[in-house]
Design a protein around this ligand. Structure first.
Ligand code: CA
Length: 221
């Protein structure tokens, strides 16, 4: 299980990282909101622990962008120093799954982390019509047919399915799936969409991946 800890107080971040690693989790740390967004774009995490008071981009904004434009579905546990109901409500409204008020006992944090990861285990597939993406086994199925996907194809399909019904620009797709490795001069998005079409739509009675001329792509039934 791969966790991201976002906390600008390095001592606290270090303490959380060490404690969580002792429990067998792998942990990355980000020390401000900007860095957190970079990490979230760069790789999928199983859980994010997010402090709300952060330099550069505050925690609520990180959360809004992650749930919004990045369509991130990873559970987020929010840490808040302020014991204010307002803060907690804002956090939950912005897409936090749970929260802890500082200071907290490490055991309490661990219990919340375990509960969120268990819940995530249950939400492990995405479905659009007869297309099913198994997020745990990292496999796709169209009807009865198993579809083999590369890691990038999987990430692309996951993004399209999470944002099913929306029209996504090439830039949005590239930024989410390729992050900083993306060279805007390439047609990599179109190339990968073609790979996916061959695997998902070819031979199927109904096409799910649609080209929206002049804009980008949309996946829907
Ligand atoms: Ca802080």
């Amino acid at each position: 299980m791969y966790l991201l800890v976002v906390e600008d107080e390095r001592k606290v971040a270090g303490f959380l990282k060490q404690g969580l690693e002792e429990e067998g989790y792998e942990v990355d740390c980000a020390y401000d909101g900007e860095e957190a967004l970079e990490c979230l774009r760069a790789r999928p995490y199983d859980l994010v622990i997010l402090d709300l008071m952060l330099p550069r981009v505050d925690g609520l904004e990180v959360l809004r962008r992650f749930r919004g434009e990045m369509a991130g579905g990873t559970p987020v546990l929010v840490l808040t120093a302020k014991d204010s109901v307002e803060d907690v409500v804002k956090g939950l409204d912005s897409g936090a799954d749970d929260y802890l008020t500082k200071p907290f006992a490490f055991e309490e944090l661990l219990a919340r982390v375990r509960a969120l990861l268990r819940r995530r285990e249950k939400e492990r597939e995405l479905r659009v019509e007869d297309l099913v993406l198994d997020l745990t086994a990292r496999k796709a199925k169209r009807g009865d047919k198993e579809v083999e996907l590369t890691a990038k194809e999987f990430a692309l399909l996951e993004y399209l399915m999470r944002r099913s019904g929306e029209v996504l620009s090439r830039e949005e797709i590239a930024e989410h799936v390729w992050g900083q490795d993306f060279d805007p001069l390439t047609n990599i998005v179109d190339v990968y969409i073609n790979h996916l079409r061959k695997k998902i739509d070819q031979g199927a009675p109904k096409k799910l991946i649609h080209t929206v001329r002049g804009v980008g792509y949309s996946l829907h039934g």
